[in-house]
Design a protein. Structure first.
Length: 125
């Protein structure tokens, strides 16, 4: 598992323009399985902990609204100079949190890379 996660992080850092940081966490417990930051003062585990609350709130809203057969796939938050992408695994157990520089990011490429790993994360963690 650790080889898979290490490869995942290295691929993102190498292939995602504007890569800042990434982390993978279990949604229910908040346990972090992996984190990597290219920016020394950016703590992806702390950011992930706060964004887990966003995911849980949205999942609760979907349930409260009675939106049957609907799941949270991803959430994108645009800041002044960063884009934060929160991607939920297909089995709704894990969250991938990715921060990129909005002036350098290619969202199509970024989402494609995340989708490639999203399916594997659900089966390997």
């Amino acid at each position: 598992m650790s080889d898979f996660l290490k490869q995942f992080g290295e691929d993102l850092e190498k292939n995602v323009p504007g890569f800042i940081a990434v982390s993978i966490a279990e949604i229910q417990s908040g346990m972090s399985y992996y984190s990597l930051s290219a920016v020394s003062d950016f703590d992806p585990e702390l950011a992930s902990a706060f964004n887990l609350e966003v995911v849980k709130a949205k999942m609760n809203a979907v349930s409260a609204l009675g939106l049957k057969n609907q799941v949270v796939s991803d959430i994108m938050i645009t800041l002044t100079s960063q884009i934060h992408i929160i991607d939920v695994s297909d089995n709704n157990l894990y969250m991938i949190y990715l921060a990129v520089d909005s002036t350098k990011a290619n969202l199509g490429m970024t989402k494609s890379i995340l989708n490639k790993y999203k399916k594997e994360i659900a089966s390997k963690l």
